[in-house]
Design a protein around this ligand. Sequence first.
Ligand SMILES: NC(=O)c1ccc[n+]([C@@H]2O[C@H](COP(=O)([O-])OP(=O)(O)OC[C@H]3O[C@@H](n4cnc5c(N)ncnc54)[C@H](O)[C@@H]3O)[C@@H](O)[C@H]2O)c1
Length: 395
Amino acid sequence: MNTRPLPEGPVPVLLVGLHGHGRSHLRALRPLADQGLVRLVGVCDPRPPTPGDDLEGHGPVPHFDDLDRALRETEARVTVLVTPIHTHLPLARTVLAHGSHLLLEKPTTATLAELHELTDAVAASGLACQVGFQSLGSAGIDHVRHLLAEGAVGELRGIGGAGTWKRTSAYYDRAPWAGRRRMAGHDVVDGALTNPFAHMVATSLALADGGSHAPREITPDLFHAHPIEADDTSCLRLRTHEDIPVCLAVTLCAPRSLPPALHLHGERGHITFEYTVDRITVHRPGHAPLTTTHPRTGLMENLIAHLREDVPLLVPPTATLGFTHVLEAVRTAPDPRPIPTEYQDVWREAGATHRTVHDIEALVRLSARRMTTFADLGAAWAASIPTAHPLEVRS
Ligand SMILES: NC(=O)c1ccc[n+]([C@@H]2O[C@H](COP(=O)([O-])OP(=O)(O)OC[C@H]3O[C@@H](n4cnc5c(N)ncnc54)[C@H](O)[C@@H]3O)[C@@H](O)[C@H]2O)c1
């Protein structure tokens, strides 16, 4: 067990995985560095920073291409892992072996078995691990729970999710693992439900039952319009262990990107939670919609508070068990089915291929509202999926 107290003063932080979402972590670390909570002591990536890169204002810090060496030489006490999904478990093990706490990007691991391995490794180390589901730091989560508990829309009958974003070929061209289900013998599971819309899955489960339970009857219907292995347009249905139906419809082939929304369908109205912008709207028949926005606690801030003051971690690996069961269902599902180009608008613009699936905004919106699949809504490209039992939830 690791009981080393943190040093007084700023916590030495190492960032691993620099050139993608790692930049957002560098930006998020800036105000914490200004407050004296953290100090960036190094970056690790096989690709060095470009000459003159000020690392989002952290100034020049040592670059390492080897994680063991980076941990040894920087003596980082917190390591932020922002690397491809299939590297999460092996790199996390290396970090824990050096006695560093972890902020590990989502999805937690590439398989359910790996999540159990990670959970065991973290427990054995006595170190803390926070998983990068930033939407779970929203005070909106507790507000929705409070609204449900006080019966604002009556009993919860189901949760629908609608996610419409636009990603072009540039998104998939940025890294070899992008849009892959497997690569060089490793599971990658980089699909719309398990990566870009992973927060929707995790947030819906957190609202339904806390997120730490295995859901039942997980049915992913996976499709792709882009020429990729993984899904970019999907509908996921499940029942939580408390038997709440969830139906999430997502696409990366929408004409534009809108804030994704979870709709908590109650007996008397519904609550909409736009989890990327912490915005909640209560819809009740006979009442004007009431919208509120809520603050968010950063995952690094919470991790430091946990280490210094024993504040509970917002997202320990165990809180991602429900999500990882979904990931496992997607991982082991039949390969996504192609959406024929006759159902797409495809064009080249600014060096990238753009793809929009016909009527996809309306289909996603209706799926979340009616808790039905694309096939049940009459999408011709989804038609050969046999009609499953509808979840029979309306609000
Ligand atoms: N929380 C969020 O909202 C959010 C958003 C985007 C990405 N992510 C997650 O962040 C992680 C990285 O995604 P990305 O889109 O930035 O990927 P990316 O491929 O664009 O960038 C990954 C970086 O990691 C580096 N890298 C690869 N292997 C490495 C290794 N063994 N050691 C050190 N560095 C290594 C790469 O060179 C690259 O710089 C993924 O887990 C992804 O799911 C989370």
